[in-house]
Design a protein around this ligand. Structure first.
Ligand code: ADP
Length: 259
């Protein structure tokens, strides 16, 4: 079984609120269709759907004021809308996919998932159905509510359900020595062993604020899956057929995280 995490930066237009990148969604769903049938779970991020409303109301900081309550509801609903565009696109192509709402069965504690039962998700896969989950506004046992990132969720699903591979599809070719969007000379790291990863994260935190962005969070989350023996790959989902090849286990440009 494989888990595919598709970044919000890939399936939405990041600078335009509530805008789906329809071309990328259609192409990615076609690639999933080309690899189908296979035991697969998809998790997607929020991009311009979840993030603007979540940050406007400070949902990730937890409950501090009644004024945030409508923001909690709106953040979730923004994700429902994005999710249904994605699931509809898969259904139109004949892939039997089902939306699974994370906040209806997952709570966090200080932003982290603790005990969770993924039995239903696993059974859907066994039945030949593709579950599609997403980053969501969730209830938090300590802070009231929180944002569960698609990255954390994908890692937990892969770990608990014993996936063989976890593929992160992002808008760059993988993990670079620095943010490739800001540093033109940044080099792609094709194999990143856990030991080096710790060094990389240290450097990232100490020297450049940009590395503490999306990629650092993703890589730190992914460590848990690597430790559990899941093969973790970070690849460019904006480039045609990269996700298809990754799902088929064919070699693609990207970063493989190893023990
Ligand atoms: P997504 O929304 O697709 O899950 P993010 O946007 O959160 O992903 O993270 C991917 C982004 O991380 C890249 O677009 C890039 O700008 C940024 N980034 C920061 N540091 C690095 C790095 N060292 N290597 C690759 N990408 C990096």
């Amino acid at each position: 079984m494989q888990v595919l995490k598709l970044g919000g930066s890939v399936i939405t237009v990041k600078d335009e609120p509530m805008t789906v990148d329809r071309e990328n969604v259609r192409r990615l769903c076609e690639e999933v269709k080309a690899a189908w049938p296979m035991p697969l779970i998809i998790v997607h991020g929020g991009g311009s759907f979840g993030h603007p409303v979540a940050s406007k109301y400070g949902i990730a900081d937890g409950f501090t004021s009644e004024r945030q309550v409508p923001g909690y509801a709106r953040t979730h609903q923004a994700m429902v809308v994005l999710n249904s565009v994605f699931v509809d696109a898969l259904l139109d192509l004949g892939v039997p996919s089902v939306s699974v709402t994370p906040s209806s069965f997952i709570a966090t504690s200080d932003g982290r998932i603790n005990a969770v039962d993924f039995w239903i998700v696993g059974r859907l896969v066994v039945r030949g159905i593709l579950p599609v989950l997403y980053g969501d506004a969730v209830l938090d046992r300590r802070r009231g509510f929180s944002i569960l990132s698609g990255d954390q969720l994908a890692v937990r699903l892969a770990t608990e359900l014993g996936a063989s591979r976890l593929v992160f599809g992002v808008d760059v070719d993988g993990v670079f020595t620095s943010n490739p969007k800001l540093v033109p000379g940044a080099r792609l790291i094709e194999r990143l062993p856990l030991k080096k990863l710790e060094g990389f994260i240290e450097i990232g935190r100490a020297l450049t604020t940009d590395v503490t962005g999306g990629m650092l969070g993703k890589v730190s989350e992914a460590m848990e899956a690597v430790e559990a023996g899941v093969e973790v790959q970070i690849v460019n989902a904006t480039k045609r057929d990269v996700i298809l090849k990754a799902l088929r286990g064919e070699p693609v440009t990207g970063t493989i995280l190893t023990r």
